[in-house]
Write a protein that binds this ligand. Structure first.
Ligand code: HSE
Length: 296
């Protein structure tokens, strides 16, 4: 019976809305096996709140693999041990569905290639920027091209450390996408395109300074400010404490700072800025993770 270990992910990295994502050293685990009747057990994050019926995101993802490969679905037992906080912008739903897809693919003798896993996971998630790094690890750039997702993975530069400030409140991706405009100004699009291009060049050449400078955005973060009390102040506090860059992690509410090596002042500064706005948060230092989902 496969045990799948899947990393948390931070999407967008500032300018790369729905395009860039990076795996982080925080993991959910799933044990998946055929069973006489469907069963879902959840411990850790989301225990007591994640649905345990067949509407469960991981269960539906596992069924989707059977359909995709033309095999009749069988009842499954899913045992999930979660460390990734739910609905905080750290890719918990992507991790759940990737774990289920990768685990089911293992049970069936690996009929799906990594590229097919990314395609299926993207169809289920709606965007590729969390699922692609959850499967491939590292920093992944993705583009939807018709039915296909084209993605390329880059190793993360050594010395990069992230600090996440995870608010106690949840924010669903649906709500956080709901505040975004249907159209954006050409100058804002150009601002982001140019930053993404240089951000990838910075990653490829290991230039942490340039990487940090390019992690800015005009397409989604400004519209999401009202959803995360204290966001602007937390950004300022992290930069003042020495972070190279600070962004909303995915659709929030977690704020993620990118640092050259360990910067012990950054986490407390972010927590204090949130606290001044009445937001309690947990701070974690997370290294980037250069591997994606693994079957043990
Ligand atoms: N790119 C997505 C968004 C990530 O920002 O809505 C969601 O985790």
């Amino acid at each position: 019976m496969p045990l799948v270990r899947v990393p948390a992910t931070t999407a967008n990295l500032g300018p790369g809305f729905d395009t860039l994502g990076m795996a982080l050293n925080l993991f959910d685990e799933l044990i998946i096996e055929e069973s006489s009747s469907p069963e879902i057990i959840i411990t850790g994050e989301g225990e007591g709140t994640i649905p345990r019926g067949q509407e469960n995101i991981a269960y539906r993802a596992a069924r989707a693999v059977f359909t995709k490969v033309g095999r009749p679905p069988v009842p499954l037992k899913l045992e999930m041990h979660n460390s990734i906080p739910v609905a905080r912008g750290l890719g918990s739903s992507a991790a759940a569905l990737v774990a289920a897809i990768v685990g089911t693919n293992a049970i069936l003798g690996e009929p799906l290639s990594p590229a097919e896993l990314v395609n299926l996971a993207t169809t289920l998630e709606g965007h590729p920027d969390n699922v692609a790094p959850a499967i491939l690890g590292g920093l992944v750039a993705s583009a939807r091209d018709g039915e296909q997702v084209i993605c390329r993975r880059l190793e993360l530069p050594p010395g990069l450390v992230t600090v996440v400030a995870i608010p106690q409140f949840t924010l669903s991706t649906r709500v956080s996408r709901g505040v975004l405009p249907a159209r954006v100004a050409l100058e804002d699009a150009v601002f982001n395109i140019s930053r993404v291009a240089l951000l990838l060049a910075a990653v490829a050449t290991g230039d942490l300074e340039l990487m940090g400078r390019m992690m800015v955005d005009k397409l989604h973060q400004p519209y999401r400010l009202p959803l995360v009390p204290g966001m602007a102040e937390v950004f300022a506090a992290a930069r003042e404490a020495g972070a190279l860059a600070v962004t909303l992690s995915g659709s929030g509410p977690t704020v993620i700072a990118f640092c050259r090596g360990r910067q012990p002042e950054v986490g407390p500064a972010m927590a204090a800025a949130f606290a001044r706005k009445g937001v309690k948060c947990t701070v974690k230092e997370l290294a980037p993770c250069n591997h994606g989902a693994v079957v043990i």
